[in-house]
Design a protein around this ligand. Structure first.
Ligand SMILES: [Zn+2]
Length: 117
């Protein structure tokens, strides 16, 4: 068992981290998909905050996702923008479901979101 906050390992039988007062998880890997798992680019957004919004919509549907340039290279948003947009990645196995969720989400983005400032 592991604490998702401080990443301490606990023996079987423990269910909460005494330091952080949070529930332990069976594997830290549940919190994030390792980068070497098959992930595909599911969408590309003109601004980081739109990508973050899309990510939160996916996460609320229990679909793990990553904002690509942030996740893979730590690029600053303005650089990600210059490189063609902020990429959103999901696991290959979640791609079909993610497309459905994002199709609804994209219809809900106000057009003003694409105007800088
Ligand atoms: Zn802890």
């Amino acid at each position: 068992m592991f604490c998702p906050e401080c990443e301490s390992e606990y023996r079987e039988g423990f269910t909460r981290c005494a330091d952080c007062d949070v529930d332990l998880v069976a594997e830290l890997a549940q919190l994030a998909v390792p980068p070497d798992e098959d992930v595909i680019e599911i969408a590309r957004y003109p601004a980081l905050h739109v990508a973050q919004l899309a990510a939160s919509v996916l996460e609320s549907s229990d679909i793990a996702c990553f904002i690509g340039d942030e996740f893979f290279s730590g690029m600053r948003p303005e650089i990600a923008f210059a490189s063609g947009g902020v990429k959103l990645f999901v696991r290959d196995s979640d791609a079909d479901r993610a497309r459905e969720v994002l199709a609804d989400f994209e219809q809900s983005i106000p057009e003003s979101e694409e105007t800088p400032d």
